[in-house]
Every structure is written in structure tokens, then in C-alpha cells.
Design a protein around this ligand. Structure first.
Ligand code: ATP
Ligand code: MG
Length: 173
């Protein structure tokens, strides 16, 4: 099975991402839009592996607090259109925790430096740089283990496990 670890997006984030695709098209960008359901931020790409169990165990060793994720600009990179989330210490730290847990467990993953992005389009022709997309924020409360399944030239992702953020202490009024 083909596995990766990702942050899934709220409906509102997906709507903003879809509107960025629309803007890019209006600016003459052609290509293959990523289906809304497939939009995500990859934290670590594992690739082909026999069993998810070691990855699940590694994820169970992680603790993290809920954190805010917001969107910045969208731009073409090689033949893709990327939407960048605002780079925050919490986001970088979360990717680091995931990757260290995989390393500790001896699970191979792609070690290219973490460049947080949401892929919006592939096989893009043309270049574009869109100003910050409409103010959208979400709270990340889980990290997802995703299985990538391809058939008939279509790729879908299935969440096979997730680890939740540690609860924040209750605020007293
Ligand atoms: P397809 O490859 O079928 O066109 P896809 O790229 O969406 O579709 P996967 O290749 O399974 O599907 O990738 C799943 C996720 O992992 C995507 O976010 C993809 O960008 C990312 N990814 C794929 N390969 C790597 C890699 N070698 N290093 C880092 N991230 C990767
Ligand atoms: Mg791919």
C-alpha cells in the first residue's frame, strides 16, 4: 500500500482553495485541477509499504497541541499550482515530530525538506502568482495517515488512521 501522512482541510479551507483554482483559470492557467476532496498538506511521504501498523505505532508516540493553519499565496511551481499555508513554528514543528517519530521507528520516508503546500493543479501550463487568497483559517486537531489508491487513472486518498491533538486546558470565564 502507498502511504503518506497529511493534514486534512476544513470545508472552508477547501472552498478558498477552489476559489484560488478559479482565479488561476481566469488568469489563463490551464491544467488538471486536483479534486476538492483530495486537497491536503503532506507532512511526510512514506510510499509503498507492506503494513500500516508500524506507522500507526509511530504516530501514537506523537503529542501535539491544536494549532491554527491559514492560507497565504498561490503560485506555479514547475508544472503545478501550489497554495501555501502561512508558515508557522507550529506547522514546522508538527512535520518535524511526525518525521522524527518515523525515523525513530526505522520507517523510510522521503527526506526532502518540508515545504508545506496544498497542490491545486497539475500539468499546469503558464505561470501565475496570486495575492493572498481570502482570509481563511482553521484549527488543526488531527494528523491523518492516508492511503493513496489509484485505479482507472484516478487517485483517491483514504484516511486509515488519525491521531488527535492533546486537549487544551479549559478556559475559565
Ligand atoms: P498521482 O501520483 O496518482 O498522480 P498524487 O500525486 O496525488 O497522484 P501520490 O503520488 O500517491 O498521489 O501522492 C500522495 C501525496 O504525497 C501527494 O500530496 C503528493 O504530492 C505527495 N508525494 C508523492 N510523492 C512524493 C515524494 N516522493 N515526496 C514527497 N511527497 C510526495
Ligand atoms: Mg504522485
Amino acid at each position: 500500500m502507498r502511504l503518506f501522512i497529511a493534514l486534512r482541510l476544513s470545508e472552508e479551507m477547501i472552498q478558498s482553495a477552489v476559489s484560488a483554482v478559479q482565479k488561476a483559470k481566469e488568469k489563463g492557467i490551464g491544467g488538471k485541477p486536483v479534486p476538492a476532496d483530495n486537497m491536503h498538506v503532506t507532512l511526510a511521504f512514506i510510499g509503498e509499504t507492506d503494513s500500516p501498523q508500524p506507522v500507526i505505532s509511530a504516530l501514537q508516540s506523537i503529542t501535539f497541541r491544536p494549532f491554527r493553519l491559514s492560507l497565504d499565496t498561490a503560485f506555479t511551481v514547475r508544472d503545478m499550482l501550489w497554495l501555501k499555508p502561512e508558515s508557522t513554528p507550529e506547522l514546522t514543528q508538527t512535520a518535524e515530530s511526525v518525521r522524527s517519530a518515523l525515523s525513530r521507528a526505522g520507517i523510510p520516508y522521503d527526506r526532502k525538506p518540508f515545504r508545506p503546500h496544498i497542490t491545486l493543479m497539475r500539468r499546469v501550463r503558464g505561470t501565475v502568482h496570486l495575492q493572498p487568497v481570502p482570509e481563511t483559517e482553521m484549527t488543526v486537531t488531527k494528523i491523518s495517515l492516508m492511503q493513496s489508491v489509484s485505479s482507472d487513472g484516478k487517485t483517491i486518498y483514504r484516511e486509515i488512521y488519525s491521531v488527535n491533538a492533546a486537549e487544551m486546558p479549559k478556559q475559565h470565564e
